[in-house]
Design a protein around this ligand. Sequence first.
Ligand SMILES: *Cc1c(COP(=O)(O)O)cnc(C)c1O
Length: 395
Amino acid sequence: MAERLALDGGRPVRATMLPYGRQTIDQQDVDAVAAVLRGDWLTTGPHVVEFERRVAEAVGAPHAVAVSSGTAALHAALEAVGVGPGDEVIVPALTFVATANAAVFLGATPVLADVEPDTLLLDPAAVARLVTPRTKAVVPVDFAGQACDYEALRDAVGPGVAIVGDACHALGARRGGRPVGTLADLTCFSFHPVKHVTTGEGGAVTTADDALQRRVRRFRNHGIATDHRQRTLAGTWEYDMEALGFNLRLTDLQAALGTSQLRRLPQWLERRRAIAKRYDRAFAASEAFRPLANRTGDGHAHHLYVVQVDPARLRGGREAAYRALRAENIGVNVHYKPVHLHSFYQRAFGMKPGLAPVAERAGERVLSLPMFHGMTDADAEDVVGAVEKVEAALA
Ligand SMILES: *Cc1c(COP(=O)(O)O)cnc(C)c1O
């Protein structure tokens, strides 16, 4: 007899909800932010400069530009490579909407490419079929924390198309020994609280190209090439707005938090890998809950731990698993509903179901299990126990 599910009145595996992701804040983080509050620069100050240096160092990139969110990073990076009205930008169909939205902000047309079924990473063959003379950029997403095959993607698009990595899942990831942040022309990171390192809200763009980093900086600051602090230091008020830009700046409060958080990135990645290994072991033989393939070994940054629920092996499929695990106080989530199934994209771009069959099938099956560096071994055992309980009850 299978144990009675919490959904059916049984006892939940846990007494309190385990979220799918959350930040870790220690006293040093608190002190770092408090110190900025007492200083002279709350924004555009020395802590932003320091944080940029640390981000660049963490990913081995020559330049990092801090911005107000991962979405702002995507917006600024696409602007920097000249994306504008009439251009096409290829993005995966299975991603957070911000990836596609960034192209729309600039008046370009997002073109959705399908993903590979076992990794859910952008499929280079699908990308190759969608390249046209209007293709300006491709935005691969390092889904769940696994770096895409950037070499294959570069071959797929050819030399005239910019590669802007959406690495919002992949701070600290590597592929072929090279860190994410150096694999694309520009790489975008997010510091939202569920990501590896947080600044509350925040983001960064990394690049090896000096002209591109200057253009990102200008776009971050209303299209003005110098910032307030630079003018203060140079003893001048004079400035010129060279292009249209936005206020996409990160504050010094946020930057100080980010610098403090980055100290622990290596140990946090280690912890995420250990949790992923525990899950891999638990679900290797599961018929109903199938983990994504890992092609990058310890290069995987494990932002998410995604399983695909096979509806032929679990009564009610993903929706039943979602409801049952939530009732067990396991905070599962779904990443993602495919971009073209959102009403905006159907209305504004005439996108329809059928456009990306692999992404659509995955969109009905994916389930993210709790994965964050602050999880204890007991938390991970609760997740494993709850998944096994649900599989036994709904087989
Ligand atoms: C988090 C995320 C974003 C957006 O980042 P924000 O900092 O929330 O703006 C974009 N793309 C992907 C894949 C993300 O996971």
